[in-house]
Design a protein. Structure first.
Length: 401
C-alpha cells in the first residue's frame, strides 16, 4: 500500500530513475524475479545522483550501477512512503499487463476461434483441416484473435455457403456478412480464397486470374465476362450463341465463349461426342485437321466451362495434365457429368514420363478412382507430365473420332 503518493512520485518517480522504474515494471509484466538487482550500464550523472539519493549512499562515479530492489523497498519503508515496492511501481506506472495472464487470454481467444471453425459445415474434410492448421501455425489465428476474431467468424459464414450455384460474389458477400463489398480485395476475401485454394489442392495465386479461378472452383462468379471457355468444332442449338458456335465449327476456327453469353443465350451442345483438354496447345494443334468437338479448360475449369459442358447432350471425354490438379478435375468431371477419362491411364502416363524430363508434382495428392494405380504411380514417381507431351496422340484421337 502506498502511504504518500506525492512523495513517492518525487522519490521513485523523479528524474534519473526512469530506467529503474521501467525495468521493475517489465519484471511484473513478464513474471520475472522482481527482487533481483537491477543492473544499469552507461549510467548518466543524473542517474548516479538519483540512485545515491534514493539509497542514501555516496555517488562513486561508476559507469555501471547495481540497484537492489530490496534496498529500495527498505528506503521507501523507512521514509513512511510505502511498504511494498511492487505496489509503488504499479502506482507510478499504472496497471501493467502480466504476460502470463496475457498469454492465457490470447490462447483462450484462439481456442474460441478454433471452436467456431470446428462448427463449419466443412469441418472434418481434409482440405479444411489443413487450412485451419495453417492458420494456427503461421500466426493468422493469433492476429485474428487479437483483433477480435470477426474475420474468422465471417470466413466461416462464407464457407458455410460454399460451394454455390453460380452466385455473384457480391451476392455471396451480402448473404454471409450483410456487406456486398466484404469480399472485394479485403483480408476476408484473401482468407477465404486461401481456403478455396486448399480445397482444390492448388497453390495460392495472387493474380486476378488466379483469384478468379479459386472463386469459380466453388461456384462463385467474380466477373461473368472474364469467365470464359475456349472451344473448337462445337455445334449447338437453341440461341444466337448456338448459331455462332456452329458457324465457328463449320469454319474450323476457335471460338471463345463467356459466362455472360451462356447465361443470357443458353445453348444445347448437339455434337455427339465432346472432348475436353486442359492446355490450349492441344486445341491449337487440332485447328485445321478436322475431327471431334473440343473444349479447352485452360487450367482450372471456369464456371463458363462447367456451364457449357453441362449443356452437352452427347458423351464427354475429359482429361487434364498428369498432375494433381488434372487428376482432381478429371475425377470431378466423372462425378458431375459422367465423363469418361481420356488417355488418363497408367500406360499413357508411363509412356509420356519416359520421353524426357518432367517437373515435380505440386500441391496435395488426389485420387484417380477410374484408375487407382495411376495416382499411386504418380505419387511414387513424384513427377508431373503436361499435356503438351501428348499432343500428337490427342490430335489423332480427335481426327479419328
Amino acid at each position: 500500500m502506498v502511504n504518500d503518493p506525492a512523495r513517492l512520485r518525487r522519490t521513485l518517480g523523479g528524474p534519473g530513475l526512469e530506467r529503474v522504474l521501467s525495468r521493475l515494471a517489465d519484471r511484473v509484466t513478464h513474471g520475472r524475479d522482481f527482487y533481483a538487482p537491477v543492473l544499469l550500464t552507461e549510467v548518466t550523472d543524473e542517474e548516479r545522483r538519483a540512485v545515491a539519493a534514493l539509497l542514501g549512499r555516496k555517488d562513486r562515479g561508476s559507469a555501471r550501477l547495481s540497484v537492489p530492489p530490496v534496498a529500495v523497498e527498505e528506503a521507501l519503508r523507512r521514509a513512511g512512503i510505502c511498504d511494498d515496492l511492487q505496489a509503488a511501481v504499479l502506482d507510478l506506472t499504472g496497471p501493467v499487463p502480466v504476460r502470463a495472464e496475457e498469454l492465457a487470454r490470447a490462447e483462450q481467444a484462439r481456442a474460441e476461434l478454433l471452436e467456431i471453425l470446428a462448427g463449419c459445415r466443412h469441418a472434418g474434410e481434409t482440405w479444411f483441416t489443413e487450412w485451419t492448421a495453417g492458420l494456427a501455425g503461421d500466426g493468422t489465428l493469433t492476429k485474428a484473435a487479437r483483433q477480435g476474431g470477426e474475420v474468422i467468424r465471417r470466413a466461416r459464414a462464407v464457407l458455410d455457403l460454399l460451394p454455390a450455384d453460380a452466385w455473384p460474389i457480391t451476392v455471396l458477400a451480402e448473404q454471409a456478412t450483410g456487406d456486398t463489398k466484404a469480399l472485394s480485395g479485403t483480408p476476408l476475401a484473401r482468407l477465404v480464397a486461401r481456403a478455396l485454394a486448399a480445397r482444390i489442392g492448388a497453390p495460392v495465386d495472387g493474380t486476378a486470374a488466379g483469384r478468379r479461378a479459386v472463386w469459380e472452383s466453388a461456384g462463385v462468379i467474380v466477373d461473368d465476362l472474364a469467365s470464359q471457355v475456349l472451344v473448337l468444332g462445337l455445334r449447338a442449338a437453341g440461341s444466337p450463341l448456338a448459331q455462332w458456335l456452329t458457324a465457328a465449327a463449320e469454319a474450323a476456327t476457335p471460338f471463345r465463349v463467356t459466362l455472360h453469353q451462356l447465361v443470357t443465350m443458353p445453348v444445347r451442345v448437339t455434337s455427339p461426342r465432346v472432348f475436353v483438354c486442359e492446355n490450349p496447345a492441344v486445341l491449337r494443334a487440332a485447328v485445321g485437321v478436322g475431327g471431334a468437338a473440343l473444349i479447352c479448360t485452360e487450367g482450372m475449369p471456369s464456371l463458363a466451362c462447367h456451364r457449357l459442358v453441362a449443356a452437352c447432350e452427347g458423351s464427354v471425354r475429359w482429361r487434364g495434365d498428369f498432375d494433381w490438379t488434372g487428376v482432381r478435375t478429371t475425377a470431378d468431371a466423372q462425378t458431375r457429368y459422367g465423363a469418361t477419362p481420356w488417355r488418363m491411364d497408367l500406360t499413357t502416363y508411363e509412356r509420356a514420363l519416359g520421353r524426357g524430363e518432367s517437373e515435380s508434382l505440386k500441391g496435395s495428392p488426389a485420387g484417380s478412382p477410374w484408375a487407382p494405380e495411376l495416382a499411386e504411380r504418380m505419387a511414387a514417381t513424384g513427377r508431373a507430365v503436361m499435356e503438351e507431351r501428348l499432343v500428337s496422340e490427342l490430335v489423332e484421337d480427335l481426327v479419328n473420332e
